[in-house]
Write a protein that binds this ligand. Structure first.
Ligand code: AMP
Length: 214
């Protein structure tokens, strides 16, 4: 299956992607994770991306498209998380698929209310090593500030800090939300409604995936 998972920051894309990766054995490609990895390695791309990401801004389309093209070129199935993120990226991606005579299986859209997103993102902690996600209130690690999986320290993402959070959400509503109609019109959009627990989201996700993989 060739899938996209989309939705506002904090809607649970990372958590649902981990389920899909593990249960359906589909490679998970998060453009945000790829960029953060480049930042960690201090590559030329990483140094450039850091200045934009830390402040909640987008990385330019041509940079992102190059990363995606390179990453998916050898894959028969994938779950794209964080790309496309705007109408222009969706259009570029459609052309890329057409050129290679490939079809997208579906776009999973995780919806969530703004108040919930703000609460979730301000309490989010991530492992500095394996990117596992925790929450100061709802998903505490067993040992304070330490990852349960790999025992590395937990940190708050720079762009989850209050001064950048609102801006990221504003950018989401201005640039990413309009992309939903692009996929809705093509009958590719499958929405998971807001206000659900992780297990409820997952149940809906399973129903969608069973339906679209036939
Ligand atoms: P994420 O982990 O998906 O929230 O992505 C973190 C940051 O990486 C975003 O706030 C952007 O700065 C950058 N980024 C990730 N994917 C894209 C994309 N498709 N287009 C532009 N910027 C992106």
């Amino acid at each position: 299956m060739k899938l996209i998972i989309t939705g506002p920051p904090g809607a649970g894309k990372g958590t649902m992607s981990t389920f899909i990766k593990n249960e359906y054995k589909i490679p998970h490609l998060s453009t945000g994770d790829i960029l953060r990895d480049e930042i960690k390695k201090e590559t030329e791309l990483g140094v450039f991306a850091k200045t934009l990401i830390d402040k909640g801004n987008f990385v330019p389309d041509d940079t992102i498209v190059k990363i995606v093209e390179k990453t998916i070129s050898s894959l028969d199935s994938y779950l794209l998380d964080g790309f496309p993120r705007s109408l222009s990226q969706a259009e570029i991606f459609e052309k890329m698929l057409l050129l290679n005579q490939l079809e997208l299986t579906g776009v999973i859209y995780l919806n969530e209310k703004k108040e919930t997103l703000i609460k979730r993102l301000s309490n989010r902690l991530v492992c500095s090593n394996c990117s596992a996600i925790y929450n100061k209130e709802t998903k505490k690690p067993l040992k304070a500030n330490t990852c349960d999986n790999c025992e590395h320290s937990l940190v708050q993402r720079e762009d989850d800090k209050p001064e950048f959070l609102e801006k990221r959400l504003d950018i989401y509503y201005a640039k990413t939300e309009p992309m939903l109609n692009f996929y809705r019109k093509r009958n590719l959009l499958y929405e998971i409604e807001s206000g659900l627990s992780i297990s409820e989201q997952y149940s809906q996700l399973q129903i969608i995936l069973e339906m679209i993989r036939k």
